[in-house]
Design a protein around this ligand. Structure first.
Ligand code: NAP
Length: 263
């Protein structure tokens, strides 16, 4: 995906992949400092990368998560493009604005953290969380409210079915940001009984292959997209940070589809 963008911009194919274990991340940062101009990094490195960066952009500082390194004169700046990736994907996929919208996140892990804090700053009315572990949802919700006191929201768990039903009935967007669905035989994190034809909610599933939730949405005529466009948009934002050039999104989509895994 990134090499497709670089090639379309006449910049060759400079992007490579490196498997790095958490205990090797500090060493990788020293390699990157000497040898690379930019890095994307993903699970499980996003929080540790925020600690290892020499400097954080305000949006990375706000969410405490880093998915992009910009390296110049041996200085490593950590940034987070997941939030802008989701914002742009939502607007593009649903041809909508976010102003005044009620957003419900399913999940409160790293991806939800980086994106919920960003969406809370996009003029939405409400950001709420449904998560297996209530304390993690409450912590993330408190962070959103500290940064954006005008944005309301509540937290609940999957077990509190009345709360889940109430949240889904009033939501404009459900952002599925758990890892449930990554394995082909995973169930939907939210049972089919919570969905019915005619609901106004639209679903953005951050997982970019077919999931049980996406099937439930299709069966009920609920608008639902997978996470491909978010992956492309967060990568495109990284590309622009490194090069100062807006990438060719169509080339990135073709690159993603050819590669199959976003690399
Ligand atoms: P993470 O930090 O490990 O968080 C995992 C989340 O899933 C937590 O909310 C966790 O709940 C929940 N969860 C895990 N197993 C569960 C289960 N059996 N039942 C209910 N909830 C469960 O992972 P992450 O980095 O946030 O990634 C989450 C998802 O976002 C992944 O599917 C990933 O593919 C996707 N993602 C997509 C993009 C994109 O560009 N499209 C970018 C980033 C991430 P607890 O808090 O209770 O543990």
């Amino acid at each position: 995906m990134q090499n497709a963008a670089f090639e379309a911009a006449g910049l060759g194919r400079p992007y490579g992949r490196q498997l790095v274990h958490p205990e090797e991340l500090a060493e990788f940062f020293e390699y990157a400092r000497e040898n690379l101009a930019g890095v994307n990094l993903t699970v499980p490195h996003k929080l540790q990368a925020a600690e290892l960066s020499d400097e954080l952009t305000p949006r990375a500082e706000a969410c405490g998560s880093v998915n992009t390194l910009i390296i110049s004169d041996r200085r490593i700046i950590g940034d987070s493009t997941d939030g802008i990736g989701l914002e742009e994907a939502l607007k593009y996929c649903f041809n909508d604005t976010l102003a005044g919208k009620r957003i419900v996140f399913c999940g409160a892990g790293g991806a939800a953290r980086a994106t919920a804090v960003h969406l809370a700053g996009c003029g939405v009315q409400d950001v709420s969380f449904i998560n297996r572990t209530l304390s993690k949802a409450e912590e993330l919700s408190a962070l959103c409210r500290t940064l954006y006191p005008d944005v309301s929201g509540v937290c609940t768990t999957f077990a509190d079915e009345n709360d889940v039903e109430m949240l889904l009935e009033s939501a404009d967007y459900l952002i599925q940001a758990t890892s449930v669905g990554l394995k082909p035989d995973d169930p939907s994190p939210l049972a089919g009984k919570f969905f019915h034809p005619g609901m106004k909610v639209k679903i953005f599933d951050t997982i970019y292959h077919p999931t049980a939730l996406q099937k439930i949405a299709a069966a009920n005529g609920i608008a639902c997209v997978n996470g491909m466009e978010m992956l492309i948009r967060q990568g495109a934002a990284s590309f622009e940070l490194w090069t100062g050039v807006k990438p060719d999104l169509s080339a990135m989509r073709r690159g993603f589809e050819a590669g199959g895994d976003g690399a």
